[in-house]
Design a protein around this ligand. Structure first.
Ligand code: NAD
Length: 439
């Protein structure tokens, strides 16, 4: 089929490559000139394992092209996937849906009545209905508008797009359902569950999934708060309850909590939307889920203060800046949150990340980015492991212990082999447990 993908960030660039790999003719549309140029050169412009390589192959195949604006060629598409951002608004918890409306404004003059517009962005329930009305107003015909939420995870984005756990499509009309069945035909044929639902359900599925995941993480982090004062071990607790298959052990690791461009803003947007719909109480508990999550960052800084006293002028190393390994996404990153809290207390904060430092430099030039891992340890008083990159898990503590004045490391992700770090001479602290064996 012939398709367009509008908005080529983490979601759109990955979706465009996945659709091209599936065999479709894909035109990617991106407004940001630097991103567009980079994509044309075969670079996604962000770090995602395997994506640049796949992008180059798809461009070379002739199936994937990029442009800034709609033209006759893009207008001929059977489907238009809209993948623009829906960030949190500055003034409230609600999502900013304005990028969707402006994408619709751009598309309307070129939209053919038989083409199907498919939203993939994560939106407050009810957004599609408003977009549908606006599109009808702009085009003068009844448009085919469907919703197809995306569940990809950064770090495994392409694999998740090609082989998702399930495909969910919200449709209002047969034409949309038929077009979506056709575009996803190879995936459906491979046995991936294909759920056809109404549009509000499709919009809500993504918010519900993220609310559940955030709740699971904050649940174990709440247990960690109790474990820390009661002398229990939240990691053992998670393992013990995770064996119950009704609970499951995934997303049940205690640590510095969740972040990124999705979970935090999606639970806030759900609270805001439920409030607008008059059922705010139903998800009022998500406020506490958010608070528990943010408190973990404060807890790490409180641990530093308990060990080092006043943090003013103390040099602290934060290992990791991205919100998770195998990504360079620093949006709402717990690591950056911790770094900035320590900085606000007067600390000099050195931050290391294998790929995310350019994003840190743009957002927080006050932090000292250091690309060289060994150099990053030089002359620091304490270390916080905030993102569980493999480099940190595999680091030999004996090679760095001499560089850290207080030989203190706080394992914010519960991934270090505590014995070997202690053996090398480190004092190891971790979230959710009272570490034994420190000298
Ligand atoms: N990042 C993820 O892992 C992920 C996963 C699932 C769902 N989502 C959802 O996908 C949506 C996009 O997220 P993202 O992380 O890719 O955001 P992003 O900010 O990385 O990408 C959005 C892109 O859209 C472009 N854009 C904006 N308006 C445009 C327009 N009118 N025409 C063409 N391009 C336009 C921007 O320049 C930007 O490149 C959000 O709703 C998000 O919640 C993201």
């Amino acid at each position: 089929m012939k398709i367009t993908v509008i908005g080529l960030g983490y979601l759109g660039a990955t979706h465009a490559v996945a659709m091209s790999k599936t065999g479709h003719q894909v035109i990617g549309l991106e407004k940001n000139p630097a991103k567009l140029e980079s994509l044309k050169q075969g670079k996604a412009g962000f770090f995602e394992p395997g994506l640049d390589e796949a992008l180059a192959v798809e461009i070379a195949s002739g199936r994937l092209t990029f442009q800034a604006d709609h033209d006759e060629n893009s207008a001929a598409a059977d489907l238009h996937f809209i993948c623009v951002g829906t960030p949190q608004t500055k003034e409230s918890l609600a999502a900013d849906t304005s990028y969707l409306f402006s994408a619709i404004e751009d598309l309307a003059p070129h939209l053919k009545p038989e083409s199907v517009v498919v939203g993939k962005s994560t939106v407050p329930v009810g957004t599609a209905a408003a977009l549908h009305s606006r599109l009808a107003e702009l085009t003068g015909f009844e448009p085919h508008l469907a919703w197809n939420p995306e569940f990809l995870r950064e770090g495994t984005a392409l694999e998740d797009s090609l082989r998702p756990d399930r495909l969910v499509v919200g449709v209002n009309d047969e034409r949309s359902e038929a077009a979506l069945r056709e575009v996803f035909a190879p995936m459906i044929a491979s046995g991936i569950p294909f759920l056809v639902v109404d549009i509000p359900t499709a919009e809500l599925v993504k918010a519900a999934a993220n609310a559940f995941l955030a709740t699971k993480i904050s649940f174990i982090n709440a247990m960690a708060e109790i474990a820390e004062v009661a002398g229990a071990d939240a990691s053992q607790l998670a393992e013990a309850i995770g064996y119950d298959e009704r609970i499951g052990n995934k997303f049940l690791r205690n640590g510095v909590g969740f972040g990124g461009g999705c979970l935090p803003k999606d639970i806030r947007a759900l609270m805001a939307r439920a409030e607008e719909l008059g059922v705010g109480q139903s998800v009022a508990y998500l406020k506490e889920i958010d608070n528990i999550n943010l408190r973990r960052r404060e807890r790490v800084v409180a641990m530093l203060e308990a060990e080092l006293g006043n943090l003013s002028k103390k040099r602290i190393l934060v290992l990791g800046a991205a919100f998770k390994p195998d990504s360079d996404d620093v949006r709402d990153s717990p690591a950056l949150g911790i770094a900035m809290l320590a900085y606000a207390k007067g600390a000099e904060v050195v931050i290391h990340d294998p790929v995310a430092l350019p994003g840190v430099a743009l957002k927080h030039p006050e932090l000292i980015g250091q690309q060289d891992l060994e150099k990053a340890f030089s002359d620091v008083e304490a270390v916080v492991l905030a993102t569980e990159w493999r480099e940190y898990r595999q680091l030999d503590p004996a090679t760095v212990v001499g560089k850290v004045a207080n030989a203190l490391i706080i394992d914010g992700r519960n991934v270090l082999d505590i014995n070997s770090w202690q053996h090398a001479g480190f004092k190891v602290l971790a979230l959710g447990k009272n570490v034994k064996g420190n000298k």
